[in-house]
Design a protein around this ligand. Structure first.
Ligand code: WT7
Length: 634
């Protein structure tokens, strides 16, 4: 529990008076008091910033906790607020989305145009028999059709399951099968780092391992030849060109209960294979809208850029839904930050006049490596606010970002949250003073704490388990198809407290410092991977009898994967097999899962009940004391 950033001396960075004079929330403490004094009243006020077909009768129903319900009785649809309400106002002419492909292609969508494409595609999905509650898997590159597909699915009341385009055959197969999706939406490929990722090929291979869904819709993006199976696979552009209904440009938005499912998103957990986190229409839209407009101080004239991928929660909440709910202009980029040169991001900030940049510590550390000359070639004066998410940001990277990208004038919002929380939980409000490496304080209405093994709050400055003590509207509702696992994973260690799975400290000013995961989750470059999924990918190779993976500190990635492998008889350890195994993991799970290092070992440290003691492997690898070994079997 003791890796992670070294605590910086508590030096505050204060926002400038210029910045303070325009900020949406000038008095963060007042907002915090409002929410603490009357949690339901606070969230009801925020919910009224959005439209509802019919109002709720109960703001928060805790009678069946931890299966909390929000805005019970309310009728809505997130698309009502993300699109429908905007196209009735002047916003129909505002840009919703500016997109740049890695090859330099540019596409823009006004709210009117985005709504038109969403309506058309919603009609396509309906024509394929997709109905309210059906699951749709979306496996795409970072292109506008990803956004269109998500919104079209939500519009008709179906449930999207977006699988990150960097995942590969086995990860995709497992997620298609578990979600029982009727349709898969994919593309012929995507561009990344000057190469193409052949997504359709991966879909074809994944579908050989599973009962095939009824249809596959394929967006033509790279133009490369792909296999199209007659009767199953259809081109997106051909479907979109068909007059499927007499009025294919119009599609009524399905009226949903506030608590109806909006999406599932697979993520890795403490043990076992990925679990599908379920979010709903009503509370999610309220939480995401409030947090984005407050924490990132969104204004009409902003150009917002969240560099994440729509395939992760950050993309769901803050590329797709949040900015559209706020009626903002959002920029999306397909490719790698360093293609063709390490100034690609800085060039695009200048070209599009981006005003808010929300990115990851790994990206910052990676770009920092190329030096200041690259950002200094560009005019970054349009930037007014920066953000960081996904993993702890080390003070050195924070300061580099602040000085060289923010030119000492842009506050950095370090936002701690999770797939499960749906929205920011610990994050500054921009009028607050900042400490590099700390996400500062919980968002209004959120009560966090740091507790010991028994659930007792630890002393100021001491490390412990991060917990949340109040429900919030964008919280996950359950694990799809596995409510028991929902209770067990999050709500059973301490009664009445949500267990986040991170360790943290709180300092004398009440600022939180996230240290890292305390479970079997590994955060590689901020991407969340599970040891169980990785180990089962290893075991699917014919040479592997057993495998254990751990995360160890890495200069750029934050944490990198190290694997210990026991070979089956007849296989020879060596460089060739290491390369083959790395390739195998890349093929099964995706390039992000490729281990940094693979070591062949004769045995693994296990408890008497057969559980691998990763903590022992970790301590040994770092040359540290192995701790209490009394439960070790071998
Ligand atoms: C885990 C959740 C939330 C969007 C992206 C990741 C780590 C997230 C921070 C941060 C330190 C962070 C935690 C958390 N994490 N943000 N600002 N500082 N750690 O979502 O894949 O569900 O991962 O990411 O370990 O539990 P996710």
């Amino acid at each position: 529990m003791n890796e992670g950033p070294i605590q910086a001396p508590a030096e505050f960075y204060h926002p400038s008076t210029d910045f303070l004079s325009q900020v949406n929330i000038p008095d963060p403490d007042a907002l915090r008091r409002e929410a603490t004094d009357d949690l339901e009243g606070y969230w009801a006020r925020r919910a009224k910033e959005l439209e509802w077909y019919a109002p709720w009768t109960t703001v928060l129903d805790s009678s069946n906790a931890p299966f909390f319900q929000w805005f019970v009785g309310g009728k809505t649809n997130i698309v009502l607020n993300a699109l429908d309400r905007h196209v009735k106002t002047w916003k129909r002419n505002k840009l919703a989305l500016i997109w740049e492909g890695e090859n330099g292609d540019v596409r823009t969508f006004s709210y009117h145009a985005l709504n038109r494409e969403v309506c058309k595609f919603a009609n396509v999905l309906k024509s394929m028999g997709i109905m309210k509650g059906d699951r749709v898997t979306i496996y795409m590159p970072r292109i506008p059709e990803t956004v269109i597909a998500m919104l079209a699915t939500a519009k008709i009341g179906a449930v999207h399951s977006v699988v990150y385009g960097g995942f590969s055959v086995e990860s995709l197969h497992g997620r298609i099968e578990d979600s029982e999706s009727k349709v898969i939406i994919t593309a012929d490929g995507g561009y990344m780092n000057g190469k193409t990722v052949e997504l359709k090929k991966i879909v074809d291979e994944a579908l050989q391992r599973t009962a095939a869904p009824e249809n596959v819709v394929v967006v033509r993006h790279t133009g490369k030849d792909v296999n199209m199976e007659a009767g199953r696979d259809y081109w997106y552009h051909e479907l979109m060109a068909l007059p499927l209904t007499r009025n294919s440009l119009k599609c009524e938005t399905e009226v949903m209960d506030a608590e109806d499912p909006l999406f599932i998103l697979y993520t890795s957990g403490t043990t076992g294979l990925p679990k599908a986190i379920l979010h709903t229409h009503g509370g999610y839209q309220v939480g995401v809208h409030a947090t984005l407009t407050d924490v990132f101080d969104l204004k009409e004239e902003d150009r917002w850029w969240c560099t994440a991928d729509p395939g992760w929660i950050t993309g769901h909440s803050y590329i797709v839904y949040g900015p559209l709910l706020a009626g903002a202009t959002s920029f999306m980029y397909e490719g790698a930050p360093t293609f063709p040169y390490p100034d690609r991001w800085w060039a695009m900030i200048e070209k599009y006049g981006i005003s808010i940049l929300y990115t990851t510590p790994t990206a910052i550390r990676g770009l920092m490596r190329f030096g200041e000359a690259w950002p200094n070639r560009h005019d970054l004066s349009s930037l007014r606010l920066l953000g960081s998410v996904g993993e702890p940001i080390n003070p050195e990277a924070w300061k580099w970002f602040h000085k060289n990208i923010g030119k000492n004038k842009c506050p950095i919002m370090d936002t701690w949250w999770q797939t499960e929380t749906g929205m920011f939980m610990i994050a500054p409000l921009p009028a607050m003073s900042l400490k590099p490496g700390s996400g500062s304080k919980p968002y209004p209405g959120v009560i966090a704490d740091v507790v010991d093994e028994e659930g007792v709050p630890v002393k100021t400055g001491e490390e412990g388990f991060l917990v949340l003590k109040t429900p919030w509207p964008a919280m996950m509702r359950t694990i799809y198809k596995d409510p028991e696992r929902y209770v067990k994973s999050y709500w059973s260690k301490y009664p009445g407290m949500y267990l986040a799975g991170d360790s943290a400290r709180r300092d004398k000013d009440g600022y939180y410092w996230i240290i890292g995961r305390v479970d079997d989750v590994i955060k590689v470059s901020g991407y969340r991977l599970g040891t169980a999924e990785l180990e089962s990918a290893f075991i699917s190779h014919p040479s592997v009898a057993e495998a254990a993976v751990i995360g160890l500190p890495h200069e750029i990635k934050g944490i990198a994967i190290h694997a210990y492998v026991i070979l089956k008889n007849g296989y020879t350890p060596g460089e060739a097999l290491v390369e083959e195994l790395k390739h195998h993991i890349g093929h099964e799970m995706g390039p992000i899962a490729k281990p940094e290092k693979i070591e062949f070992v004769p045995s693994l440290p296990k408890t008497r009940s057969g559980k691998i003691m990763r903590r022992v492997l970790k301590a040994r690898a770092q040359g540290m004391h192995e701790g209490d070994l009394s439960t070790l079997e071998d």
